[in-house]
Design a protein around this ligand. Structure first.
Ligand code: NAD
Length: 483
């Protein structure tokens, strides 16, 4: 497989080509240059968007069954690359390989297959009778999509946009983050192998300027963005001016609500992945742990023990739970929040800095703060690292109020030995998604946030609808047929 050979390249109009601008991609664990990533210029973006525009008429009118076939083939090609791609992602981002292999390796192919299957059987026209006649409601592809993704789970997040967009009949210009400019080209390789027509999928890595230019490009019909709330606000401003449809999948500060009847062992075991998964660099990470006052000490002790048990080290080692953060900038940000937490008077029960034996790589020790009021910055801001805050509460009502007292509303979880009770409580939490005794996005169900976590949904049939627009063709009752 040739991912290494596409170093410094872009993919536009069905061809790989050398980028004029390149930036080093740094390996998170070694701080060494892993390779040179393309950094697309305005001319590159213009080319890619023009190619996507040219490809649109044919792709949108390709029978859905043929688009589905191409996407099934693309899924097979991605799967064949999965071990290599997921290792590359781990080296770029520090994601533990056991996590990356699923999220960046095999899951993207599953998502492509899901949307290929969905479009294959999807009725794009619906007959709706009414008192005045009937309307034919058509779901048409929205057009050329500019898709922008962050570095944290690059292959999965790209697939969550590309699969439904391509299935719907849209063409796409994908802008991956500069930190993950290398693995992104694996998707282009898979597209080439699947025989996608030139221009249907274009991959142009780059940074902030590349992204901003793509968002405001005159020839884009929709922007699909995943990233921070700050960037989402900027993109929202541009798209508001242009009256351009947009999906915003932004940050989070999800509450994990432990009820007083929760079983200690399974709850702590579940929180291992829900709170510390991908080194805490997950938008839906449950980093605000709400523990009942009556069992507060018990849960703080168990969380501390769990955090201490996590193996920190080389992300390519299968036994490692926590790898390095993606960049020195990200580590500075997380360490700065740890200092803020200390200054706010929260009690560090474990972690709180760089592990002594990790002299290279951007590591932060799994950290747990106890006795944190929900008003503290470490309980309010998204830290995006392996740092948990444990907040005490007195009653179920107070737990709901604390969970809802957040700028964000992306995900959450409720832990209890009584599923009905937990589900009832989950209904009252203001969030786009929430789990009972575990959390993870479910591929068949809508995923996305409310409040500052954004709007629009990915995954499930709703994820396909995000790339379709409706057209209503009205027929009056008794009207003469057109001659
Ligand atoms: P970021 O907003 O800095 O960057 C995300 C992407 O946007 C990158 O590709 C970046 O190059 C690009 N970008 C930056 N500035 C831009 C601009 N002005 N115009 C257009 N594009 C621009 O985010 P990050 O720090 O790289 O990623 C982490 C964030 O992503 C966290 O806040 C996390 O919660 C969020 N995230 C959300 C979800 C979700 O589904 N809700 C999933 C994963 C990550």
């Amino acid at each position: 497989m040739a991912v290494d050979l596409v170093e410094g390249k872009l993919f536009a109009d069905g061809k790989f080509r050398d980028a004029d601008n390149v930036e080093p991609v740094i390996e998170a664990a070694t701080e060494k240059v892993l390779g040179l990533g393309a950094s697309a210029t305005r001319a590159d973006i213009d080319d890619a968007v023009a190619a996507a525009r040219r490809a649109l008429p044919d792709w949108r009118s390709t029978p859905a069954a043929d688009r589905a076939k191409a996407l099934f083939t693309l899924a097979d090609a991605l799967e064949a690359l999965a071990l290599h791609t997921s290792e590359l992602c781990s080296r770029e981002t520090g994601a533990p390989i056991t996590y990356s292999r699923q999220a960046n390796g095999f899951l993207p192919a599953v998502i492509f297959r899901y949307y290929a299957g969905l479009i294959d059987t999807f009725d794009i026209e619906e007959f709706r009778p009414s008192l005045v006649g009937h309307t034919l409601v058509r779901r048409e592809p929205i057009g050329v999509v500019g898709a922008i993704v962050p570095w944290n789970v690059p292959q999965l997040l790209a697939a969550m946009k590309l699969a439904p967009a391509l299935a719907a009949g849209c063409t796409v210009v994908l802008k991956p983050a500069p930190e993950t400019a290398l693995d992104a080209l694996a998707i282009a390789e898979a597209a080439e192998e699947a025989g996608l027509p030139p221009g249907v999928l274009n991959v142009i890595p780059g940074g902030r300027e590349t992204g901003a230019y793509l968002v405001g490009h005159r020839d884009i019909d929709k922007v699909a963005f995943t990233g921070s709330t700050d960037t989402g606000r900027l993109i929202g401003q541009t798209c508001g001016q242009l009256v351009r449809p947009i999906t915003l999948e932004l940050g989070g500060k999800s509450a994990a609500i432990i009820l007083d009847d929760a079983q200690l062992g399974p709850t702590i075991q579940g929180l291992r992945s829900v709170s510390f998964g991908n080194n805490g660099q997950l938008c839906y990470a449950g980093t605000r742990i709400l523990a009942p006052r009556s069992r507060y000490g018990e849960f703080v002790d168990a969380l501390t023990e769990m955090a201490d048990d996590l193996v920190v080290g080389n992300p390519l080692d299968e036994n490692v739970d926590i790898g390095p953060l993606v960049s020195s900038r990200q580590r500075e940000r997380v360490l700065n929040y740890i200092e803020i937490g200390k200054a706010e008077g929260a009690r560090i029960v474990t972690g709180g800095g760089v592990p002594a034996d990790c002299r290279r790589g951007w590591y932060v020790a799994p950290t747990v703060f106890a006795d944190v009021p929900n008003s503290a910055r470490i309980a309010r801001d998204e830290i995006f690292g392996p740092v948990l805050t444990v907040i005490p509460y007195e009653s179920d009502r107070e737990a709901i109020d604390i969970a809802n007292d957040s700028e964000f509303g992306l995900a959450g979880s409720v832990w209890s030995s009584d599923e009905a009770r937990a589900t009832q409580l989950a209904r009252a939490v203001h969030t786009g998604t929430i789990g009972i005794n575990m959390y993870q996005p479910d591929l068949g169900a809508p995923f996305g946030g409310i409040k500052a976590s954004g709007f629009g949904r990915e995954l499930g049939p709703e994820g396909l609808a995000a790339y379709q627009t409706t057209k209503s063709i009205f027929h009056a009752a008794g009207a003469a047929a057109a001659r």
